[in-house]
Design a protein around this ligand. Structure first.
Ligand SMILES: [Zn+2]
Ligand SMILES: [Zn+2]
Length: 302
């Protein structure tokens, strides 16, 4: 049986996903046409054109081949994965092997990236990468809205005057960048948390694998975050929303809230959400949904 995805509406950013450590992490921002990781590939995220793969651990990457194959089956454009460079060849190999098993290779766009790269998802929306701290090849991502705006000192000029200035080679616009959603993936503490795009993103998706006070060493050993690390980080983070992901099944959300409540003040607490505490996701008309909403166009049988 399919597990229940959850949904959050955080300002104008909508997230749909599921995240349990060791099982599956998949978090889509459908209106931004991006999905962070694809632990398994639920039907609800197939219409999203870009998978931003943080690292190769199975709970984040196992749905990749299925995602490409299903998109081919329902007759939409090949999916695109932004991946740590070291994983690009293994992903190609994986698709080749699946091709041998399935009888045809699913078309896929594979984009290898390094920390510090930028990839345009669409005009005015970029995926920027950074280095998390997880002990394996990994990328963090931030979706950044990039807008061109008229310089304020030119706001009283007429259209023809602005055209004239442009003709003279004068720069009449400037660039505004708004970090929307940041996702370090699985990570321990590190320099990534000092990056502006992480600290100031409207929404920060932050893993929190360990809550038990006796598990600090386990968190360090596995390059994961402990709730103590989160509480400390929250003091410096300016995000409107911090969404905690990648919890284990041994921690009940109610207990996790109690633990956090003892560590941070009310104002900070009000900015923190638990991903799996979201409302049950139900697809709506007119928005990317599962394949039954998508007309079949002669894709190959799976
Ligand atoms: Zn994981
Ligand atoms: Zn991992």
């Amino acid at each position: 049986m399919a597990r229940q995805l959850v949904e959050h509406q955080l300002g104008d950013i909508r997230l749909i996903g599921f995240s349990v450590a060791g099982e599956e992490t998949v978090i889509a921002a459908p209106e931004l046409n991006a999905c962070f990781d694809v632990g398994k590939a639920p039907a609800e995220i197939l219409a999203v054109d870009h998978v931003l793969l943080s690292h190769g651990h199975m709970d984040h990457s196992a749905g990749l081949a299925y995602y490409f194959s299903q998109r081919n089956f329902i007759g939409i454009t090949p999916g695109c994965v932004l991946t740590p460079r070291a994983l690009a060849d293994p992903i190609r190999d994986l698709l080749r092997v699946w091709g041998a098993i399935e009888g045809h290779v699913s078309p896929a766009k594979i984009v290898p990236l390094e920390p510090g790269d930028s990839y345009e998802l669409r005009r005015g929306l970029q995926a920027r990468t950074f280095a998390p701290n997880h002990g394996v090849p990994a990328l963090g991502f931030c979706l950044v809205e990039v807008r061109r705006k008229l310089k304020p000192e030119l706001s009283d000029r007429t259209g023809p005057e602005l055209v004239e200035l442009k003709k003279q080679g004068i720069e009449i616009e400037y660039t505004v960048e708004i970090p929307l959603v940041a996702y370090p993936g699985d990570t321990a503490e590190g320099a990534w948390s000092e990056l502006d795009m992480v600290r100031k993103a409207k929404v920060l998706l932050l893993e929190c694998t360990f809550f038990d006070p006796t598990h600090v060493r386990r968190a360090r050993a596995g390059y994961h975050m402990h709730i103590r690390d989160i509480a400390r980080l929250l003091r410096d983070l300016e995000n409107e929303h911090v969404v905690l992901t990648h919890m284990t099944r041994r921690t009940a959300i109610r207990d996790a809230k109690q633990v956090l409540r003892k560590m941070v003040d009310e104002a900070t607490l009000s900015r923190v959400k638990f991903l799996m505490d979201g409302r049950r996701y139900r697809p709506r008309r007119g928005l990317p949904g599962p394949p039954e909403d998508t007309p079949m166009r002669g894709g190959r049988a799976p």
